[in-house]
Design a protein around this ligand. Structure first.
Ligand code: ZN
Length: 410
Protein backbone atom coordinates (compact mmCIF):
# COMPACT_ATOMS: atom_id res chain seq x y z
CA UNK A 1 0.00 0.00 0.00
CA UNK A 2 2.72 2.45 1.04
CA UNK A 3 4.50 1.63 -2.20
CA UNK A 4 1.48 2.72 -4.27
CA UNK A 5 1.11 5.99 -2.39
CA UNK A 6 4.77 6.79 -2.92
CA UNK A 7 4.48 6.00 -6.64
CA UNK A 8 1.37 8.13 -6.93
CA UNK A 9 3.04 11.06 -5.19
CA UNK A 10 6.08 11.02 -7.42
CA UNK A 11 3.97 10.78 -10.58
CA UNK A 12 1.18 13.11 -9.53
CA UNK A 13 1.81 15.64 -12.26
CA UNK A 14 1.77 12.97 -14.97
CA UNK A 15 -1.48 11.47 -13.65
CA UNK A 16 -3.20 14.85 -13.64
CA UNK A 17 -1.93 15.62 -17.15
CA UNK A 18 -3.27 12.34 -18.54
CA UNK A 19 -6.65 12.81 -16.86
CA UNK A 20 -6.87 16.33 -18.21
CA UNK A 21 -6.07 15.22 -21.75
CA UNK A 22 -8.77 12.52 -21.57
CA UNK A 23 -11.34 15.11 -20.53
CA UNK A 24 -10.31 17.36 -23.41
CA UNK A 25 -10.60 14.52 -25.95
CA UNK A 26 -14.03 13.62 -24.59
CA UNK A 27 -15.26 17.20 -25.04
CA UNK A 28 -13.76 17.44 -28.52
CA UNK A 29 -15.62 14.30 -29.60
CA UNK A 30 -18.86 15.55 -28.08
CA UNK A 31 -18.67 18.87 -29.89
CA UNK A 32 -17.74 17.27 -33.19
CA UNK A 33 -20.81 15.08 -32.95
CA UNK A 34 -23.20 17.99 -32.41
CA UNK A 35 -21.35 19.99 -35.06
CA UNK A 36 -21.98 17.30 -37.68
CA UNK A 37 -25.72 17.60 -37.18
CA UNK A 38 -25.72 21.09 -38.56
CA UNK A 39 -24.61 21.48 -42.12
CA UNK A 40 -22.07 24.22 -42.81
CA UNK A 41 -24.55 26.19 -44.85
CA UNK A 42 -27.14 26.08 -42.07
CA UNK A 43 -24.60 27.20 -39.48
CA UNK A 44 -23.61 30.15 -41.65
CA UNK A 45 -27.20 31.26 -42.03
CA UNK A 46 -27.67 31.12 -38.25
CA UNK A 47 -24.56 33.23 -37.84
CA UNK A 48 -25.87 35.79 -40.33
CA UNK A 49 -29.29 35.97 -38.70
CA UNK A 50 -27.73 36.33 -35.27
CA UNK A 51 -25.44 39.13 -36.35
CA UNK A 52 -28.44 40.93 -37.77
CA UNK A 53 -30.39 40.48 -34.56
CA UNK A 54 -27.51 41.76 -32.42
CA UNK A 55 -27.02 44.70 -34.75
CA UNK A 56 -30.71 45.64 -34.53
CA UNK A 57 -30.80 45.17 -30.79
CA UNK A 58 -27.73 47.35 -30.32
CA UNK A 59 -29.30 50.08 -32.41
CA UNK A 60 -32.47 49.93 -30.33
CA UNK A 61 -30.41 50.06 -27.16
CA UNK A 62 -28.50 53.11 -28.34
CA UNK A 63 -31.73 54.91 -29.17
CA UNK A 64 -33.17 53.97 -25.76
CA UNK A 65 -35.86 51.58 -27.07
CA UNK A 66 -35.40 48.81 -24.53
CA UNK A 67 -38.68 47.02 -25.38
CA UNK A 68 -37.71 46.57 -29.03
CA UNK A 69 -34.20 45.47 -28.04
CA UNK A 70 -35.68 42.76 -25.83
CA UNK A 71 -37.85 41.57 -28.74
CA UNK A 72 -34.79 41.28 -30.96
CA UNK A 73 -32.92 39.28 -28.35
CA UNK A 74 -35.90 36.96 -27.94
CA UNK A 75 -35.64 36.29 -31.67
CA UNK A 76 -32.01 35.37 -31.20
CA UNK A 77 -32.89 32.88 -28.48
CA UNK A 78 -35.17 31.13 -30.93
CA UNK A 79 -32.51 30.92 -33.61
CA UNK A 80 -29.90 29.26 -31.42
CA UNK A 81 -30.92 28.01 -28.02
CA UNK A 82 -27.35 27.32 -27.02
CA UNK A 83 -26.13 30.88 -27.03
CA UNK A 84 -25.40 31.52 -23.37
CA UNK A 85 -24.31 35.11 -23.91
CA UNK A 86 -27.69 35.92 -25.44
CA UNK A 87 -29.42 34.67 -22.32
CA UNK A 88 -27.22 36.80 -20.10
CA UNK A 89 -27.77 39.87 -22.25
CA UNK A 90 -31.50 39.23 -22.25
CA UNK A 91 -31.62 38.75 -18.48
CA UNK A 92 -29.76 42.02 -17.98
CA UNK A 93 -32.13 43.82 -20.34
CA UNK A 94 -35.24 42.53 -18.57
CA UNK A 95 -33.76 43.62 -15.25
CA UNK A 96 -32.87 47.14 -16.37
CA UNK A 97 -36.34 47.34 -17.88
CA UNK A 98 -37.86 46.60 -14.48
CA UNK A 99 -39.18 43.17 -15.54
CA UNK A 100 -37.50 41.42 -12.63
CA UNK A 101 -39.62 38.27 -12.75
CA UNK A 102 -38.54 37.60 -16.33
CA UNK A 103 -34.86 38.11 -15.58
CA UNK A 104 -35.19 35.88 -12.51
CA UNK A 105 -36.66 33.06 -14.60
CA UNK A 106 -33.95 33.40 -17.24
CA UNK A 107 -31.16 33.23 -14.67
CA UNK A 108 -32.84 30.38 -12.82
CA UNK A 109 -33.15 28.36 -16.03
CA UNK A 110 -29.44 28.97 -16.73
CA UNK A 111 -28.46 27.74 -13.25
CA UNK A 112 -30.58 24.60 -13.67
CA UNK A 113 -29.04 23.71 -17.04
CA UNK A 114 -26.94 20.59 -17.21
CA UNK A 115 -24.71 21.57 -20.12
CA UNK A 116 -23.26 24.76 -18.68
CA UNK A 117 -19.75 25.46 -17.42
CA UNK A 118 -19.30 26.09 -13.69
CA UNK A 119 -18.01 29.58 -14.48
CA UNK A 120 -21.26 30.42 -16.26
CA UNK A 121 -23.36 28.79 -13.54
CA UNK A 122 -21.67 30.97 -10.93
CA UNK A 123 -22.17 34.00 -13.14
CA UNK A 124 -25.89 33.18 -13.48
CA UNK A 125 -26.19 32.77 -9.71
CA UNK A 126 -24.59 36.18 -9.25
CA UNK A 127 -26.99 37.71 -11.76
CA UNK A 128 -29.90 36.08 -9.94
CA UNK A 129 -28.75 37.67 -6.67
CA UNK A 130 -28.63 41.07 -8.40
CA UNK A 131 -32.19 40.44 -9.68
CA UNK A 132 -33.44 39.82 -6.13
CA UNK A 133 -31.47 42.82 -4.91
CA UNK A 134 -32.89 45.18 -7.57
CA UNK A 135 -36.36 43.74 -7.10
CA UNK A 136 -36.28 44.51 -3.38
CA UNK A 137 -36.37 40.86 -2.25
CA UNK A 138 -33.89 41.56 0.52
CA UNK A 139 -33.86 38.15 2.24
CA UNK A 140 -33.52 36.26 -1.03
CA UNK A 141 -30.81 38.62 -2.24
CA UNK A 142 -28.79 38.06 0.94
CA UNK A 143 -29.22 34.30 0.68
CA UNK A 144 -28.20 34.18 -2.99
CA UNK A 145 -25.19 36.48 -2.58
CA UNK A 146 -24.07 34.21 0.26
CA UNK A 147 -24.51 31.16 -2.01
CA UNK A 148 -22.17 32.82 -4.52
CA UNK A 149 -19.57 33.36 -1.79
CA UNK A 150 -19.84 29.71 -0.74
CA UNK A 151 -18.66 28.73 -4.24
CA UNK A 152 -16.06 31.48 -4.59
CA UNK A 153 -15.11 33.89 -1.81
CA UNK A 154 -13.06 36.21 -3.98
CA UNK A 155 -16.03 38.31 -5.11
CA UNK A 156 -15.47 41.96 -4.33
CA UNK A 157 -18.76 43.22 -5.76
CA UNK A 158 -20.82 40.55 -4.05
CA UNK A 159 -19.29 41.34 -0.65
CA UNK A 160 -19.82 45.04 -1.33
CA UNK A 161 -23.49 44.41 -2.11
CA UNK A 162 -23.91 42.47 1.13
CA UNK A 163 -22.31 45.37 3.03
CA UNK A 164 -24.76 47.80 1.44
CA UNK A 165 -27.81 45.62 2.17
CA UNK A 166 -26.88 45.00 5.81
CA UNK A 167 -26.21 48.71 6.35
CA UNK A 168 -29.54 49.56 4.72
CA UNK A 169 -31.50 47.24 6.98
CA UNK A 170 -29.38 48.37 9.95
CA UNK A 171 -28.24 44.86 10.76
CA UNK A 172 -24.95 46.05 12.26
CA UNK A 173 -23.58 42.60 13.05
CA UNK A 174 -23.97 41.56 9.43
CA UNK A 175 -22.65 44.91 8.26
CA UNK A 176 -19.60 44.50 10.49
CA UNK A 177 -18.80 40.92 9.38
CA UNK A 178 -18.96 41.66 5.67
CA UNK A 179 -17.10 44.97 5.98
CA UNK A 180 -14.28 43.05 7.66
CA UNK A 181 -14.37 40.58 4.78
CA UNK A 182 -14.35 43.45 2.29
CA UNK A 183 -11.30 45.00 3.95
CA UNK A 184 -9.32 41.91 2.91
CA UNK A 185 -10.07 42.55 -0.77
CA UNK A 186 -10.56 46.31 -0.95
CA UNK A 187 -7.86 48.78 -1.90
CA UNK A 188 -9.34 51.58 0.15
CA UNK A 189 -8.96 51.48 3.90
CA UNK A 190 -12.20 50.38 5.55
CA UNK A 191 -11.23 51.34 9.12
CA UNK A 192 -13.31 54.55 9.23
CA UNK A 193 -16.40 52.74 8.00
CA UNK A 194 -15.91 49.84 10.40
CA UNK A 195 -15.60 52.35 13.22
CA UNK A 196 -18.91 53.92 12.18
CA UNK A 197 -20.64 50.54 12.07
CA UNK A 198 -19.37 49.71 15.55
CA UNK A 199 -20.65 53.07 16.77
CA UNK A 200 -24.10 52.17 15.42
CA UNK A 201 -23.92 48.86 17.27
CA UNK A 202 -22.82 50.68 20.43
CA UNK A 203 -25.69 53.17 20.05
CA UNK A 204 -28.22 50.34 19.90
CA UNK A 205 -26.77 48.89 23.08
CA UNK A 206 -26.91 52.27 24.81
CA UNK A 207 -30.56 52.63 23.88
CA UNK A 208 -31.24 49.23 25.37
CA UNK A 209 -29.52 50.40 28.54
CA UNK A 210 -26.73 47.90 28.01
CA UNK A 211 -23.82 50.08 29.13
CA UNK A 212 -21.13 47.43 29.23
CA UNK A 213 -21.79 46.21 25.68
CA UNK A 214 -21.97 49.80 24.48
CA UNK A 215 -18.57 50.54 26.03
CA UNK A 216 -17.06 47.39 24.48
CA UNK A 217 -18.29 48.22 20.97
CA UNK A 218 -17.14 51.78 21.38
CA UNK A 219 -13.69 50.65 22.42
CA UNK A 220 -13.53 48.49 19.28
CA UNK A 221 -14.66 51.48 17.22
CA UNK A 222 -11.78 53.58 18.55
CA UNK A 223 -9.39 50.74 17.79
CA UNK A 224 -10.34 51.01 14.10
CA UNK A 225 -10.54 54.80 13.87
CA UNK A 226 -11.37 57.67 16.22
CA UNK A 227 -14.31 58.89 14.12
CA UNK A 228 -16.29 61.94 15.22
CA UNK A 229 -19.40 59.83 15.69
CA UNK A 230 -17.44 57.58 18.09
CA UNK A 231 -16.32 60.61 20.10
CA UNK A 232 -19.84 62.02 20.35
CA UNK A 233 -21.22 58.68 21.48
CA UNK A 234 -18.43 58.43 24.03
CA UNK A 235 -19.55 61.76 25.41
CA UNK A 236 -23.16 60.55 25.55
CA UNK A 237 -22.10 57.36 27.31
CA UNK A 238 -20.18 59.31 29.96
CA UNK A 239 -23.14 61.60 30.52
CA UNK A 240 -25.37 58.58 30.85
CA UNK A 241 -23.03 56.91 33.34
CA UNK A 242 -22.93 60.09 35.44
CA UNK A 243 -19.27 60.95 34.88
CA UNK A 244 -19.80 64.67 34.54
CA UNK A 245 -16.20 65.85 34.91
CA UNK A 246 -15.02 63.40 32.29
CA UNK A 247 -17.87 64.54 30.04
CA UNK A 248 -16.79 68.18 30.33
CA UNK A 249 -13.24 67.25 29.43
CA UNK A 250 -14.41 65.23 26.43
CA UNK A 251 -16.64 68.06 25.24
CA UNK A 252 -13.76 70.54 25.34
CA UNK A 253 -11.49 68.16 23.44
CA UNK A 254 -14.16 67.53 20.84
CA UNK A 255 -14.90 71.23 20.36
CA UNK A 256 -11.22 72.13 20.01
CA UNK A 257 -10.72 69.44 17.43
CA UNK A 258 -13.97 69.98 15.50
CA UNK A 259 -15.49 73.39 16.41
CA UNK A 260 -17.81 73.21 13.38
CA UNK A 261 -19.55 70.22 14.99
CA UNK A 262 -20.65 72.30 18.01
CA UNK A 263 -24.36 72.54 17.24
CA UNK A 264 -24.39 68.99 15.98
CA UNK A 265 -22.88 67.70 19.23
CA UNK A 266 -25.70 69.23 21.25
CA UNK A 267 -28.28 67.95 18.82
CA UNK A 268 -26.89 64.45 19.24
CA UNK A 269 -26.78 64.77 23.01
CA UNK A 270 -30.39 65.97 23.08
CA UNK A 271 -31.49 62.81 21.29
CA UNK A 272 -31.26 61.42 24.81
CA UNK A 273 -31.27 57.73 25.56
CA UNK A 274 -34.19 55.42 25.02
CA UNK A 275 -33.58 53.05 27.90
CA UNK A 276 -36.70 51.48 29.44
CA UNK A 277 -35.63 52.79 32.86
CA UNK A 278 -37.32 56.15 33.47
CA UNK A 279 -35.02 57.30 36.31
CA UNK A 280 -32.03 56.81 34.01
CA UNK A 281 -33.67 58.91 31.32
CA UNK A 282 -34.48 61.74 33.74
CA UNK A 283 -30.98 61.68 35.24
CA UNK A 284 -29.52 61.90 31.76
CA UNK A 285 -31.59 65.00 30.98
CA UNK A 286 -30.46 66.64 34.25
CA UNK A 287 -26.81 66.04 33.40
CA UNK A 288 -27.40 67.30 29.89
CA UNK A 289 -28.63 70.57 31.39
CA UNK A 290 -25.44 70.82 33.47
CA UNK A 291 -23.17 70.24 30.51
CA UNK A 292 -25.04 72.87 28.48
CA UNK A 293 -24.48 75.36 31.29
CA UNK A 294 -20.83 74.40 31.32
CA UNK A 295 -20.65 75.01 27.57
CA UNK A 296 -22.32 78.41 27.85
CA UNK A 297 -19.71 79.48 30.40
CA UNK A 298 -16.74 78.45 28.27
CA UNK A 299 -14.61 81.55 27.78
CA UNK A 300 -11.77 80.03 25.80
CA UNK A 301 -10.57 82.59 23.25
CA UNK A 302 -9.69 79.90 20.72
CA UNK A 303 -13.19 78.43 20.87
CA UNK A 304 -14.89 81.82 20.84
CA UNK A 305 -13.18 82.46 17.52
CA UNK A 306 -15.35 79.82 15.93
CA UNK A 307 -18.50 81.07 14.31
CA UNK A 308 -20.16 77.67 14.93
CA UNK A 309 -19.44 77.77 18.64
CA UNK A 310 -20.88 81.29 18.93
CA UNK A 311 -24.02 80.39 16.99
CA UNK A 312 -24.52 77.29 19.11
CA UNK A 313 -24.19 79.37 22.25
CA UNK A 314 -26.62 81.94 20.89
CA UNK A 315 -29.22 79.30 20.12
CA UNK A 316 -28.87 77.57 23.48
CA UNK A 317 -29.16 80.94 25.23
CA UNK A 318 -32.34 81.69 23.30
CA UNK A 319 -33.76 78.31 24.31
CA UNK A 320 -33.02 79.30 27.93
CA UNK A 321 -34.84 82.60 27.30
CA UNK A 322 -31.58 84.49 27.87
CA UNK A 323 -31.89 86.66 24.78
CA UNK A 324 -30.08 89.64 26.33
CA UNK A 325 -26.97 87.49 26.85
CA UNK A 326 -27.30 86.18 23.31
CA UNK A 327 -27.41 89.73 22.00
CA UNK A 328 -24.26 90.66 23.95
CA UNK A 329 -22.47 87.66 22.48
CA UNK A 330 -23.41 88.52 18.90
CA UNK A 331 -22.60 92.19 19.37
CA UNK A 332 -19.14 91.21 20.52
CA UNK A 333 -18.73 88.94 17.51
CA UNK A 334 -19.89 91.63 15.08
CA UNK A 335 -17.42 94.09 16.60
CA UNK A 336 -14.52 91.69 16.24
CA UNK A 337 -15.32 90.22 12.82
CA UNK A 338 -15.48 92.38 9.75
CA UNK A 339 -17.29 89.95 7.50
CA UNK A 340 -19.92 88.12 9.52
CA UNK A 341 -21.86 85.40 7.71
CA UNK A 342 -25.46 85.84 6.61
CA UNK A 343 -26.53 83.33 9.22
CA UNK A 344 -24.93 85.38 11.97
CA UNK A 345 -26.64 88.52 10.65
CA UNK A 346 -29.99 86.73 10.46
CA UNK A 347 -29.56 85.46 14.00
CA UNK A 348 -28.77 89.02 15.08
CA UNK A 349 -31.98 90.30 13.50
CA UNK A 350 -34.07 87.57 15.12
CA UNK A 351 -32.78 88.52 18.55
CA UNK A 352 -33.36 92.23 17.89
CA UNK A 353 -36.99 91.43 17.03
CA UNK A 354 -37.34 89.25 20.09
CA UNK A 355 -36.13 92.12 22.26
CA UNK A 356 -38.41 94.61 20.52
CA UNK A 357 -35.53 96.62 19.07
CA UNK A 358 -37.60 97.16 15.93
CA UNK A 359 -35.78 100.09 14.39
CA UNK A 360 -32.37 98.41 14.48
CA UNK A 361 -33.93 95.16 13.25
CA UNK A 362 -35.42 96.88 10.19
CA UNK A 363 -32.13 98.54 9.37
CA UNK A 364 -30.22 95.24 9.59
CA UNK A 365 -32.88 93.36 7.62
CA UNK A 366 -32.78 95.63 4.61
CA UNK A 367 -28.97 95.41 4.62
CA UNK A 368 -29.11 91.62 4.75
CA UNK A 369 -31.76 91.21 2.06
CA UNK A 370 -29.69 93.16 -0.43
CA UNK A 371 -27.12 90.41 -0.68
CA UNK A 372 -28.71 87.25 0.60
CA UNK A 373 -27.61 83.84 -0.61
CA UNK A 374 -30.04 81.13 0.22
CA UNK A 375 -29.30 78.08 2.25
CA UNK A 376 -32.14 75.63 2.57
CA UNK A 377 -31.02 72.69 4.65
CA UNK A 378 -28.76 72.25 7.62
CA UNK A 379 -26.78 69.33 6.26
CA UNK A 380 -25.55 68.19 2.89
CA UNK A 381 -23.35 65.41 1.51
CA UNK A 382 -19.91 66.50 0.29
CA UNK A 383 -19.82 63.63 -2.23
CA UNK A 384 -23.22 63.66 -3.91
CA UNK A 385 -24.78 66.87 -2.60
CA UNK A 386 -27.68 65.14 -0.84
CA UNK A 387 -29.60 67.65 1.31
CA UNK A 388 -31.23 66.99 4.65
CA UNK A 389 -32.14 68.53 7.97
CA UNK A 390 -31.51 65.17 9.62
CA UNK A 391 -28.19 63.94 10.89
CA UNK A 392 -26.70 61.28 8.64
CA UNK A 393 -23.41 59.53 9.28
CA UNK A 394 -24.02 57.41 6.21
CA UNK A 395 -25.38 59.32 3.24
CA UNK A 396 -28.78 57.82 2.28
CA UNK A 397 -28.12 58.70 -1.35
CA UNK A 398 -24.55 57.66 -2.15
CA UNK A 399 -24.00 55.43 0.93
CA UNK A 400 -20.65 57.03 1.78
CA UNK A 401 -19.77 57.44 5.44
CA UNK A 402 -19.09 60.73 7.22
CA UNK A 403 -19.53 62.96 4.19
CA UNK A 404 -21.96 65.18 6.12
CA UNK A 405 -21.31 68.91 5.86
CA UNK A 406 -22.95 71.62 7.90
CA UNK A 407 -24.35 74.95 6.99
CA UNK A 408 -26.42 77.21 9.12
CA UNK A 409 -30.01 77.50 8.12
CA UNK A 410 -31.19 81.09 7.81
ZN1 ZN B 1 -23.97 61.36 -0.60
Amino acid sequence: MDYYIAWFQSHLLAVVAVAFTLVLIYHYLLERESGIKLSKKYRNSIFEAQSKVFLNATQYLISGKRDLAIKEFLNAVDINRETIETYFALGGLFRSNGEIEKSISIHRSLIARENITEVNRLRALKELAVDFDKGGFVEKAIETYKDVLKINRDQYQVIQSLCRIYENIEDWDGAYNYRIMLSKFAHENQAETISHILVQKAKENLNRGNIRKCADDLEDAFRFAPSVSAKILQLRLHLFSGELEESKYLLLELLKEHPMYASFIFESLSEGVKTPNETERVEYQDRLKLIREFFLKIDDSELLNSHSVILTKVRLLKQNKQSEEALLLINRWLRENENPTEVMKAEYIKILIELNKTEEALKQTSKLLQNLHQSLTKHFCSVCGYNSDDIFWRCPQCHEWETIQFRWKV
